[in-house]
Write a protein that binds this ligand. Structure first.
Ligand code: M6R
Length: 608
């Protein structure tokens, strides 16, 4: 989604802002722009990529110490130069960038137009500079606070005034903004990535706060009262090397390959040194809440929702607790029953997904205890929930979730064991489960070694325009996730189905041009899925089976296969997901797609 960057006191603001926007590209965007201060304002925009903005800037550079910049993910109005940020007020003396959505922009626009303001774009954001202009009396802090008090919706903004060329005013409600503190200069950005190379010291602006940034200084105020608050200065917990692509062509491949290590990080501190017990030390403080509920609702979107679906199976099987899984936006669209004694687990890689954040607020309003499971630290969700557990999967920059997804599944497996142990699970069973889980990184490495075989199959099927993914049990949500991976990065139609559902309708679509990716597990569902494969073959659909050597023994010869390591059914969904990630990656690569930044998608979806 939109990305904001700002700096004041930087020796070359233009260069900083362009680099900052490059680091925010992973969020997803369609146009970009920046305003630099100096003798006046210099604003440049493009309906395109940051590289286009850079080329435009370099054709006529402008030395400046202060500026604001933006990458826009279109909501109100098409991607165009006019709609790109920054937006300026009528007299051109105030420039703003905005991340979020304003619900009341039409009424504000109407009022401002009647007062003589002239709008140039179709965006909701453009009301902001005009509103500030209408209130400005020479005091930037007061006029911005009065303006944002009138905004309803979500926003993070950065504003600069021609009259105050060294000052940036930022404000936040609902959309993230981080301030970086360096000697002699001050930075602002939507997340820490643009800030990491310059400083480790940051302030996470809180909802309802406004910041005045001048070179080397940040003052934080309450928007409402303009009372100054003493902000907490925190250390960024991310190092520069972890956010570089290194030798990999794409972040997605890097993140797929990082999974064995990411699993160790999820387990670190949660599986005791002897490898026998699971302890969630971050939740010890909530021991009463963690043992007193009788029901769990898991909520999330996209891949996080799929992880939640597998989590339900783990929790019901291992901890014997009834679990329902609710797509986050349904929390508001319908009225799910949230009784006292319900634990709501909100899963989100970014911790900024608007739908999930709204579900967290709704669940809290219904008095549920809400546990957020996030990968990004200091996110809005982490603050909104009653308790937070971090995955520690490391930064994920490719839009398609890979390591965060599998780490969410692993997290939920460990969590199920810990809840089970506090109820009925025997110490021996816990030990047995932990010993099984500890093998996950090794199985994952084994799976990753199958790259040549998977790449070849991806090439073989690259002609296909439609795919079906089928599975049963743990492998049903895995089928949904595999199909999501393929469609988001290769723009190929892919549907995930429960294997048993295929015959209830979708089988009508099968023919020789529609490959079926069949996920074969162990146990009850195995023979049935092999039966479903026969039904697909009878309709001439090509089948690629993902199965271990033993699970695949009964498959007809001639079916293409990806061999899954011989692991416990509990780990099978994770390992199979890794194989499907690789398949999607090489398929998209074969088609020459923009793998890390697929069209129309954003890394964290901050609009509902
Ligand atoms: O940051 P979140 O986990 O809350 O994001 C939820 C979805 O937007 C996300 O998983 C999305 O589906 C990914 N692009 C999947 O690869």
């Amino acid at each position: 989604m939109c990305g904001i960057a700002g700096c004041t006191g930087m020796s070359d603001a233009g260069k900083f802002l362009l680099n900052a926007l490059k680091r925010l590209e992973y969020r997803g965007y369609d146009s970009a722009g920046m305003t630099l201060t100096g003798d006046g304002f210099r604003t440049i925009k493009v309906a395109g990529k940051v590289a286009d903005l850079e080329a435009k800037y370099l054709s006529d550079p402008y030395l400046s110490l202060t500026g604001i910049a933006h990458t826009r993910w279109a909501t109100h109005g098409v991607p165009s130069e006019n709609n790109a940020h920054p937006h300026l007020c009528c007299n051109g003396r105030i420039s703003i960038v905005h991340n979020g959505i304003l619900n009341n922009y039409l009424s504000l626009k109407d009022r401002l137009e009647k007062a003589g303001h002239h709008f140039l774009s179709e965006t909701d954001s453009e009301v902001i500079p005009h509103l500030i202009e209408s209130l400005y009396d020479g005091d930037p802090i007061r006029s911005v606070s009065q303006a944002v008090e009138q905004l309803s919706g979500s926003f993070a903004i950065a504003v600069i005034f021609k009259d105050h060329p060294d000052q940036i005013i930022c404000a936040r409600k609902g959309s993230p903004l981080v301030i970086g503190l360096c000697t002699g200069c001050t930075l602002a950005a939507s997340d820490v990535l643009p800030i990491v190379p310059y400083t480790k010291k940051v302030i996470y602006l809180q909802d309802g706060e406004l910041a005045s940034l001048t070179p080397g200084r940040a003052q934080i105020f309450q928007i409402k009262s303009l009372k100054e608050v003493s902000a907490v200065i925190e250390d960024i917990g991310v190092d520069e090397s972890s956010i570089q692509k290194g030798a990999y062509e794409h972040f997605m491949l890097k993140e797929i390959m990082e999974q064995p290590e990411a699993f160790l990080n999820v387990m670190e501190g949660r599986v005791d040194a002897d490898g026998e017990q699971v302890v969630f030390s971050e939740l010890l403080h909530y021991a009463r809440e963690m043992t007193s509920f009788s029901r769990i609702i898991i909520t999330g979107c996209g891949s996080s929702l799929h992880a939640g679906l597998i989590g339900k199976y783990f929790l019901e099987e291992i901890a014997l607790i009834p679990v329902s899984v609710e797509q986050s936006s349904e929390f508001q669209c319908r009225n799910p029953i949230v009784e006292p004694g319900t634990l709501v687990i909100a899963i989100s890689q970014s911790g900024e997904t608007a739908d999930t954040l709204a579900a967290v607020r709704e669940a809290k309003a219904k008095r549920a205890f809400v546990l957020a499971v996030c990968n990004c630290e200091n996110s809005s969700m982490a603050r909104a929930a009653d308790a937070v557990s971090y995955l520690h999967a490391g930064p994920e920059q490719s839009v398609a979730s890979t390591k965060a997804y599998t780490c969410q599944v692993l997290f939920l497996l460990l969590f199920a064991i810990s809840l089970g142990r506090s109820r009925h699970l025997s110490i021996d069973r816990e030990r047995e489960l932990v010993q099984t889980i500890k093998k996950l990184p090794l199985f994952c490495k084994e799976m990753l070694a199958a790259v040549p075989q998977i790449r070849e199959l991806a090439g073989k099927y690259s002609y296909a325009r439609d795919f079906f993914y089928i599975g049963r049990g743990y492998l049903y949500p895995t089928a949904l996730e595999g199909a999501l991976k393929l469609k988001e990065i290769s723009y190929i139609h892919a549907e995930g189905y429960h294997a048993a559902e295929l015959k209830h309708g979708p089988i009508a679509l099968l023919d020789a041009s529609t490959p079926v990716i069949a996920l074969i597990g162990k146990g009850v569902g195995q023979e049935k899925t092999i039966g479903t494969i026969q039904e697909c073959l009878a309709r001439h659909a090509p089948v690629v089976a993902l199965a271990s050597e033993t699970s695949g023994e009964k498959l007809s010869p001639g079916i293409d296969r990806i061999i899954i390591p011989e692991c416990s059914p509990l780990l099978n969904s994770v390992i199979t997901a890794v194989a499907l990630q690789l398949f999607a990656y090489y398929f998209a690569k074969e088609k020459g797609c923009s793998i890390d930044q697929p069209r129309n998608l954003a890394k964290s979806v901050t609009v509902e």
